[in-house]
Design a protein around this ligand. Sequence first.
Ligand SMILES: [Zn+2]
Length: 83
Amino acid sequence: MKTTEEYVKADGVYCPVCGSGNLECGPVQIDNEGAYQPVVCNNCFSSWVDTYKLSGYTEMDECTPPLEEDDTDHRKYDQPIYA
Ligand SMILES: [Zn+2]
């Protein structure tokens, strides 16, 4: 059987038990710890759960956060002055 390291190095595309690429992947579940995906080998019928960790972000579409309302005095000078 392959170790976790060998399995990750192969990008998890082969069964760690029999080496078959005939895998069936279930739905991905995500929580604060990471993501999990159940996998079943269609060749030897072993089953396990792939684990994923957050590694960063990509394709940032940055928006400007809305200005926070505050009641400090300097805001009064930003208002139009009606004399
Ligand atoms: Zn297998």
